[in-house]
Design a protein around this ligand. Structure first.
Ligand code: SF4
Length: 176
């Protein structure tokens, strides 16, 4: 949708050093297919396995929250594909809302906020958008490989993340 309005819109990819190989292949295929203006974000101090050596909080902070928030400081608006039906933690999501970064406020826009998973599959099918093959294996929410499993609660598609110990990595939680 955004490419139709602005084909060169920056697409921020958070390279966490812990992705599934399939995710990286999918990223590269979509980038080539659509000529995306892909910007890969990485921490300057990666620590593979920090989730195990210390905690998932420390690992997500290092590999996700800090590099993404740092990059977002350079923009006024952040488009995301968040949806209310993804998780109880997203039930009150607004389509447009202010979002506080450590250094400034920006706008976070979630055009799909009211969509269901079924809406997404239908849109993808109707628009010939390929899907990450991991969905065929039963995953319903896909993040880093060590912290992603098949959901144990069919009512909560994110219940397979972090062994059910948390629902958010922190990138969608406003800075204090
Ligand atoms: S999801 Fe897991 S592996 Fe990925 S950054 Fe967070 S703790 Fe680390």
């Amino acid at each position: 949708m955004l490419r139709e309005v602005r084909p060169d819109i920056p697409v921020l990819f958070l390279d966490t050093f812990h992705h599934f190989a399939e995710t990286l292949v999918y990223r590269d295929e979509l980038t080539a297919r659509w000529g995306l203006n892909l910007i890969s974000l990485q921490t300057q101090t990666p620590s593979v396995g920090l989730w195990q050596a210390e905690s998932t909080e420390a690992c997500c902070k290092r590999h996700k929250v800090e590099p993404l928030f740092s990059a977002l400081e350079g923009y006024d608006t952040w488009f995301t594909a968040l949806r209310r039906d993804q998780s109880p933690s997203r039930a009150n999501l607004q389509e447009i809302e202010p979002f506080k970064l450590p250094g400034r406020m920006i706008s976070r826009v979630a055009p799909l906020a009211a969509w269901t998973a079924r809406d997404v599959w239908k849109y993808a099918k109707d628009h010939d958008i390929p899907l990450l093959p991991l969905y065929e294996l039963g995953y319903t929410s896909i993040g880093c490989e060590p912290c992603t499993a098949i959901p144990f609660d069919p009512e909560n598609p994110r219940s397979g993340r972090w062994q059910g110990q948390k629902l958010e990595c922190g990138i969608h939680i406003q800075a204090k």
